[in-house]
Design a protein around this ligand. Structure first.
Ligand code: FAD
Length: 458
């Protein structure tokens, strides 16, 4: 907690029951779950101009709904399903086959998703504040009681009964002095990626020339022969929900502490520089791309991990690969460990994959969402309590949405029953999750992910 502000002099802007910081996939679902069907006053604050976080800032595919492999199971449900249903109703999704190892993805139009988040949050009665940045916390008696926000109108306070830190970077926990591990402290931090989109691509010509296999060969040649100084040989691209457009996960910026604004500034600049090297490579070397151009960058460079809070429990690699079961499970994850590492020589590819055995899914315990020893706060999504490797598995957006709905319901329940975060009655929470449609047990039925309709795959 910073003390440079004299809090008493800061005007009170609002008093609420649940304050959710960060409107990413986790924060939106948390706010929805805390508000829907309850009388709790839920406020969701976000520093940027739209909801969705990474889901709308830079990406277009939800992974983690389905386990990978040839016997896929659908392991997430509830509010995340309703998000996809809305997109489906607007004809804004298609199911992307398992080409890059993470299982079938649900591809969506990210601009439509911004609207879907707006609509769902409004219908649930969530009070949303965009262009609002958390800059400090108010603490009395060792507990967080309020947040200090920065807006163009000035600095204000928001008082709340409980808090959900869905900022991705655990900003609220950091300001409150709660313990966390920072990416890079123990294991090498995952690399950063500016995603970019290209238009006017002849996808038929690209596929005819060999598609992904051909692309990998051409990237390898470009790097080995030094014709185009690409940062990696294995970047990926996929068709978007718009004619003749592709989205990429190709740029790779290494060794960045993304909580350090000077390093992040340099990373943004480096990401854009690399993207235009890719553009030249695609136009010159890849069939179907001769007349294509970059038409958009991610809103900011993509940050895979920064602060991971120490919770009541810490998910580990052994939990993932050993398919752990927990009595307080609140979601399932079958996504592989996908660790985008900075290679030791700084040049070669080093994405490390670790698959959950037999296409299974492990339990994620409620305690990973509760910062250690705390009763007034949950930390979810990108900053939940996990080791580097477990986080590299449990960070897909189906899982971050599922964490959000679990924490939102838990916050509502803690207010209803007058318990702290640690005292939430688990069987009641699990009952409410099941009522919502959440998946807590590994389904026996194989999901049919080949068809082109989400609805057919439910
Ligand atoms: C390059 C890249 C590619 C990926 N590819 C995929 C993929 O294809 N499919 C998939 O499922 N997952 C993918 N992931 C992982 C996944 O996108 C993230 O783990 C997930 O979106 C995190 O969601 P979140 O809600 O926890 O955090 P975020 O989406 O980061 O949301 C946090 C929100 O908090 C806001 N915020 C932060 N600080 C403050 C503050 N102080 N005040 C106010 N607001 C604040 C942010 O603006 C943001 O909106 C990828 C991640 C990256 C970086």
């Amino acid at each position: 907690m910073f003390n440079f502000l004299v809090h008493e002099k800061i005007p009170l802007f609002a008093e609420v029951d649940v304050l959710v910081v960060g409107a990413g996939s986790a924060g939106c679902c948390a706010a929805l779950a805390a508000a829907e069907g309850t009388r709790h006053r839920v406020l969701l604050m976000e520093r940027y101009a739209f909801a969705g976080g990474t889901s709308t800032q830079m990406l277009d595919t939800f992974y983690g709904f389905f386990t990978p492999g040839d016997q896929p199971r659908k392991v997430v449900g509830g509010i995340p399903d309703r998000v996809v249903d809305r997109l489906d109703a607007a004809d804004a999704i298609f199911l992307r086959p398992n080409t890059y190892g993470a299982g079938t993805g649900v591809n969506y139009n990210p601009e439509r998703l911004k609207l879907v988040w707006d609509e769902m949050l409004a219908e649930a009665g969530v009070r949303v504040l965009l262009h609002t940045t958390l800059i400090d916390v108010e603490m009395f008696g060792g507990a967080i009681h309020g947040a200090v926000i920065w807006t163009k109108r000035g600095v204000f306070r928001i008082a709340a009964k409980c808090f959900i830190d869905a900022s991705g970077d655990a900003d609220l926990c950091h300001l409150a002095g709660l313990p966390y591990e920072k990416a890079g402290e123990i294991d090498p931090a995952q690399t950063l990626t500016t995603t970019f989109r290209m238009s006017n691509v002849d996808l038929a010509a690209y596929e005819k020339a060999g598609g992904k296999k051909m692309l990998m060969e051409r990237m390898g040649e470009a790097v080995d022969k030094g014709t185009h100084p690409l940062p990696r040989k294995a970047g990926s691209l996929h068709k978007m929900n718009a004619q003749g457009c592709v989205s990429t996960v190709a740029v790779r910026v290494t060794d960045v502490d993304a909580t350090n604004f000077e390093q992040l500034t340099a990373a943004e600049i480096e990401g854009r520089r690399q993207a235009f090297i890719y553009e030249r490579f695609f136009r010159e070397c890849v069939p179907g791309f001769a007349d294509s151009n970059i038409i958009g960058f991610s809103h900011q460079i993509g940050v895979r991990e920064t602060r991971r809070v120490y919770g009541e429990y810490r998910l580990t690699r052994n939990d993932c690969l050993g398919v752990a079961r927990f009595d307080d499970s609140v979601l399932l994850c079958g996504a592989p460990i996908e660790d985008h590492r900075s290679a030791p020589d700084g040049k070669s590819e080093e994405t490390i994959w670790g698959y959950i055995p037999n296409g299974n899914a492990y339990d994620v315990p409620y305690r990973t969402l509760v910062p250690r020893g705390r009763d007034e706060i949950w930390a979810i999504g990108r900053c939940f309590s996990a080791t580097h490797e477990a986080h590299a598995s449990c960070r897909s957006m189906a899982q971050t949405m599922a964490m959000g709905q679990a924490a939102g319901l838990a916050a509502a329940l803690s207010l209803d029953e007058n318990t702290g975060a640690r005292g939430v009655p688990i069987s009641k929470l699990q009952g409410r999750l099941r009522d919502l449609g959440a998946v807590l047990e590994m389904p026996e039925q194989v999901a049919e992910t080949a068809a082109d309709s989400w609805s057919k795959n439910r």
